[in-house]
Ligand binder design. Structure first.
Ligand SMILES: *Cc1c(COP(=O)(O)O)cnc(C)c1O
Length: 363
């Protein structure tokens, strides 16, 4: 198989829509309205300020949010947010912030937060191998907590919350890196949402942070300028040289979501159809393919499963790659197989993978 025709099922950086890639290709040579390459346009130009303003608006519009949120485009990935959140909101607090430990990525957020101040792990799936998420009857949240933090979609394990957690009188903070803008998310119920671009929104290099205005009042004054959300809010993400290229690609993706897909409800329908196709195939394979997560908590973004043995999985991955399906190996921490089916991956591409999986099972 010609490697040029591979389909990207990688956990991240993920696949982007074909029409976006074509515009990016053109923009590398010349952004039509500017007459310059996107790689060499000044971040202080009027054009870039307008691009940032349009992107801020597109994100607010897609999520149905009003203007009491700041939309920031930061660097350092989601990992930087693991510490920037507690640096901003936990320092000097008497009561612990509440964290859910539901998988690999939330584990990283717990480790970084506990270096900054007191935290309480409300629920952990560590002992049961992160095969499921907690039900409401297993959770109780304290009203005096400075905030509650969780990960909406555990990318490695393929676990996704299908509801909003926490309580309305405590600020909710969520790492939505792997399902942001994949469906409506009741964003107005969150005080801070962060999501890096490279799973669902664009290339690596930029992280979207949505933060309620009131929350910024709590940020201590002694943080380095770059680590203070207020610096970026005041400067409309132009505090220092921002990742102009990555921000531009995310702008193109939001235009695609609004113009071609028709909003997040439509995007959610497409994503559900893709996920249902694969989960049905797993469930009707007589145990040949075994879904990792409990059915109730299955992710629509990352379909994680195992075959009967590691040898079979190796053969599966080799034959899949030869057939043009790239990035299907599970995360190095858990192994197995993971089909990541982010926004940019089409239903026909998932149908092709399903066809391959049926053939492989019968071979
Ligand atoms: C991939 C991922 C991360 C890591 O993000 P970086 O941008 O590499 O720091 C964090 N959280 C979640 C949910 C992820 O899927």
């Amino acid at each position: 198989m010609n490697p040029r025709n591979r389909t990207n099922f990688s956990g991240g950086p993920g696949v982007l829509p074909e029409s976006v890639l074509q515009q990016v290709q053109q923009a590398i040579i010349e952004v039509p309205e500017v007459g310059l390459s996107i790689l060499g346009i000044s971040h202080r130009s009027e054009w870039f300020a307008a691009a940032v303003a349009e992107l801020e608006n597109n994100i607010l519009k897609l999520l149905g949010l009003s203007e009491n949120y700041h939309v920031l485009f930061l660097q350092g990935g989601a990992t930087q947010q693991f510490s920037m959140v507690p640096m901003s909101l936990l320092h000097g607090k008497a009561h612990p912030a509440e964290y859910l430990h539901t998988g690999y990525w939330s584990g990283k957020s717990v480790a970084d937060a506990s270096r900054q101040g007191p935290i309480r792990v409300v629920w952990s799936g560590a002992e049961s191998g992160f095969l499921r998420l907690p039900g409401d009857d297993e959770l109780s949240f304290a009203p005096e907590a400075p905030y509650i933090h969780y990960v909406s979609n555990e990318t490695v394990e393929g676990l996704q919350f299908q509801r909003v957690l926490g309580r309305d009188d405590v600020p909710r903070i969520c790492d939505m890196s792997s399902d942001f803008l994949s469906k409506p998310c009741e964003a107005e119920r969150f005080s801070l949402i962060y999501a890096h671009a490279q799973k669902n929104l664009g290339p690596s290099g930029v992280t979207v942070v949505l933060v309620r205005d009131e929350l910024l009042a709590e940020v201590p004054d002694n943080l380095p300028g770059f680590l203070d959300y207020r610096s970026h809010a005041q400067a409309h993400s132009n505090f220092n040289t921002p990742p102009v290229f990555a921000i531009y690609v995310v702008l193109l993706v939001t235009r695609w979501l609004i113009g071609e897909i028709g909003g997040l409800a439509n995007m959610a329908r497409i994503n559900r159809a893709k996920a249902e196709l694969l989960y049905k195939l797993l469930d009707s394979s007589d145990g040949f393919y075994r879904g990792r997560a409990e059915s109730r908590d299955r992710s629509t973004m990352n379909v994680a499963f195992n075959l009967r043995s590691p040898e079979m999985e190796r053969r599966f991955l080799a034959e899949a790659l030869a057939a043009g399906f790239s990035g299907l190996a599970g995360h190095r921490s858990v192994g197995g197989i993971r089909a990541s089916i982010y926004n940019g991956l089409t239903l026909p591409a998932v149908e092709k993978l399903a066809g391959f999986m049926e053939d492989f099972r019968r071979s």
